[in-house]
Ligand binder design. Structure first.
Ligand code: D41
Length: 679
């Protein structure tokens, strides 16, 4: 039997470990133990707390699951008002120069005075909140509200795993941290995909998703909607020596355990800000969260104080916006598209509209249920969202701008229950939200999509085999099955319209090059329903060879991690079709090959090593660098710690580089990375 002291100690030790694992998983994006071990410790703690309710404390990791619903959210007066931020609407680089000019003028600086030091960071599109810690414990979380009075959302905020319930290290008496709660794009997409599949309402955008979840009365619902957090500022503090610079303040907050975005710089004068604005704009689509611009701040807090604020907006900060990700336009018509698996997707033809930085003319309407729920009709004024590399979508209708005489849209009726491409029957199964063409690979649309998927970058990566060419090849009946593409010769290709001899040869070369691949890519490329990239990797790893996969039955397939009955069923169905087996055989006969054994070379230079990428590399995208490192057996982590083996730094590397220097982690550039990889 344990003494009460021993139990208390055991509980404290478990909490400390779980806190550490939470931080590694949610903030550093670098778990050090498998989920099963985490779950085991968590259940152990839960059991101990259940047996000793008197030992439950508010900062225990078990207290993040949400509690009793509230009747309403209480008002909270901010002890230090939450200011707002002035918006620079000039979205050209001049915006940054204008801010610098205003700042210098207010500081009474002449052209001969040295440049002002600025910090630049991202402007997250979420919900501003203030977190209050007393003696290291989270005691209150409040929304910004009008800046003076917000709402108490403590219960809800406690469910966000990225937000520490207890600060790391020596703790100030009072520390108020301000930042943005947001929903990441992957979490948003996953949430909506799940809702859509269940015929339930979807979120309009990640910001609404975050705001709705934070302002929930029932915190158990907040807990289900995955939220994230980035900190960018400070409220009241007591018993803490505030750093001299904004950039150092963020470093300090990171040390307390808060997530701080690594995408930030410090620079002298306006030009680094202009550069930052340009670089961030270029990578906006590939970020895992929505941003609506960047923020520039005078870095020295002493200068911030000198500049002060007027009517709620500080004179020392400005938001420099990017083009909006949502815009209104007119829905001209609804067409349908036939996908790789026969899914018939209604597509909105739009009056061209500039949104998310590009002109959009088409947007997806997803399926009939979505059309019904939003009551989208031809002629409507609709709201279109384009964010990241996802397909633009219609997110809503402005009902009071609806022209008279419009009628509800019905997809099956509009196409007369037949596939507009191949004429096969289109059916919608009762438990499915999508209608499907039953034509299979008889349908040229499905064939085209299957080929495009096969050739795509993350599959066989056949450069140049794009939509136009695939259309031509299939329409001219030069390609019937996937394997036919490897029978093409440069003469045939050069004979196609708008195809130069050189580009024909390039495609032949690309086809040749694609033959050397990995088992995982090959499995993914086959386009089996419900088998995405991650599942393909799992399958390759588990079976180690194509033969193993071809011989597996549903039961065996379900032994693969993360493969359930649905995925197993899709694979069995796919491999059960004789023509699919024929295509696989023909592809192998065409010379497609890989090394068996999970596609992880045993002697990769980065085997067991963890690398962190930061800044912009001169010749490689992040994805490319990541793929090369993973091919060499390495792992790419999101942030730098003592366990990092290398930091690969490019231009404008920010805090990760500083951290690497601090910890003495080896820092290499792109050239050095390539050098190592070539060994
Ligand atoms: O990312 C943001 N949304 C963001 C918002 C940011 N990076 N910095 C901010 N800084 C401030 C000041 C300058 C007042 C400390 C802000 C905000 N304010 C803000 N967001 C909403 C209200 C105020």
């Amino acid at each position: 039997m344990q003494s009460p002291e021993q139990t208390a100690q055991q509980i404290a030790a478990l909490r400390q470990l779980i806190r550490q694992y939470d931080h590694e998983y949610y903030v550093l994006d670098m778990p050090s133990v498998p989920d099963s071990e985490y779950d085991r410790l968590f259940r152990e703690l839960q059991a101990l707390e259940q047996a000793h309710p008197e030992l439950v404390t508010s900062d225990s990791p078990t207290q993040r699951v949400g509690g009793t619903p509230l009747p309403e959210l209480e008002a909270v007066r901010h002890r230090v008002p939450m200011l707002s931020i002035e918006t620079e609407t000039d979205i050209t680089p001049e915006g940054a120069r204008a801010f610098d000019a205003r700042t210098r003028k207010k500081l009474g600086l002449s052209d001969n005075d040295p440049p002002v030091e600025y910090a630049a960071e991202l402007k997250f599109d979420g919900l501003a909140i203030s977190l209050r810690y007393e003696n290291g414990l989270l005691v209150q979380a409040a929304t910004r509200g009008d800046g003076e009075v917000g709402e108490d959302v403590t219960q809800n905020i406690r469910t966000i795993r990225q937000i520490p319930l207890r600060l790391e290290g020596p703790t100030p008496e009072v520390l108020e941290v301000r930042g943005e709660v947001y929903m990441s794009r992957p979490d948003f997409e996953r949430y909506n995909a799940r809702q859509r599949a269940q015929g339930k309402p979807t979120l309009v955008n990640p910001r609404n998703g975050a705001a709705g979840a934070v302002r929930q009365l029932d915190s158990r619902l907040t807990a289900q909607r995955l939220l994230s957090f980035f900190t960018y500022g400070l409220g009241e503090t007591k018993g803490w020596e505030v750093p001299a610079r904004h950039s150092e303040l963020l470093d300090a907050l990171q040390c307390f355990g808060f997530p701080v975005c690594a995408e930030r710089i410090v620079g002298l004068g306006p030009e680094p800000l202009v550069q930052f604005h340009r670089n961030v704009a270029a990578k906006r689509d590939s970020l895992p969260y929505d941003i609506d611009g960047v923020v520039y701040k005078v870095n020295l807090l002493a200068l911030q104080r000198e500049l002060g604020f007027r009517s709620r907006e500080p004179h020392w900060a400005v938001a420099h916006k990017f083009p909006a990700q949502e815009a209104l336009t007119e829905l001209l018509a609804i067409d349908v598209q036939v996908g790789r698996t026969g899914a018939i997707t209604p597509v909105a033809r739009l009056k061209p509209v500039f949104v998310g930085g590009v002109t959009v003319t088409n947007a997806t309407l997803h399926n009939q249920d979505e059309i019904d729920r939003k009551d989208v009709r031809v002629g409507d004024t609709v709201s279109v969202r384009r964010a990241g590399d996802v397909i633009p979508e219609v997110v809503g209708v402005v009902k009071d701008r609806r022209p008279p005489g419009s009628v509800p849209y019905n997809l099956l009726e509009a196409i007369g229950h037949h596939c507009p491409v191949c004429g096969s029957h289109v059916i919608r199964q009762e438990d499915e939200s999508v209608a499907r063409c039953t034509g299979g690979l008889f349908c040229s649309a499905q064939r085209k999509q299957a080929i495009l998927h096969f050739a795509s970058r993350r599959a066989m990566d056949i450069e140049g085999l794009g939509e136009k060419l695939v259309d031509q090849l299939v329409d001219a009946e030069l390609v019937h099955t996937l394997a036919d593409i490897y029978k093409l010769d440069s003469q045939t290709l050069a004979g196609l319209e708008r195809m130069a001899e050189k580009s024909a040869q390039n495609i032949i070369d690309a086809l040749q090059k694609s033959k050397k691949t990995t088992l995982a890519r090959f499995i993914y490329a086959l386009g089996i329903r419900n088998v995405g990239e991650a599942t393909a990797k799992d399958l390759a790893k588990y079976f180690g060879s194509l033969q193993g996969l071809l011989e597996a039955d549903a039961e065996k397939l379900q032994q693969v991690p993360d493969v359930g009955p649905v995925v197993a069923d899709s694979i069995v169905q796919f491999l059960g079709e004789a023509h699919n087996r024929e295509v696989i055989n023909a592809l192998i006969a065409a010379g497609i090959h890989w090394e068996d054994g999970a596609g992880t070379p045993a002697d990769g230079v980065f085997n067991g090593k963890t690398l962190v990428l930061t800044g912009t590399l001169p010749n490689m995208s992040r994805d490319e660098a990541k793929a090369l490192i993973e091919e060499a057996g390495g792992k790419v982590a999101g942030s730098v710690s003592r366990k990092t083996d290398y930091v690969v730094a490019g231009a404008e590397a920010g805090s990760k580089l500083e951290k690497a220097r601090e910890l003495g982690v080896t820092i290499i550039d792109e050239a050095a990375l390539l050098e190592l990889l070539s060994n």
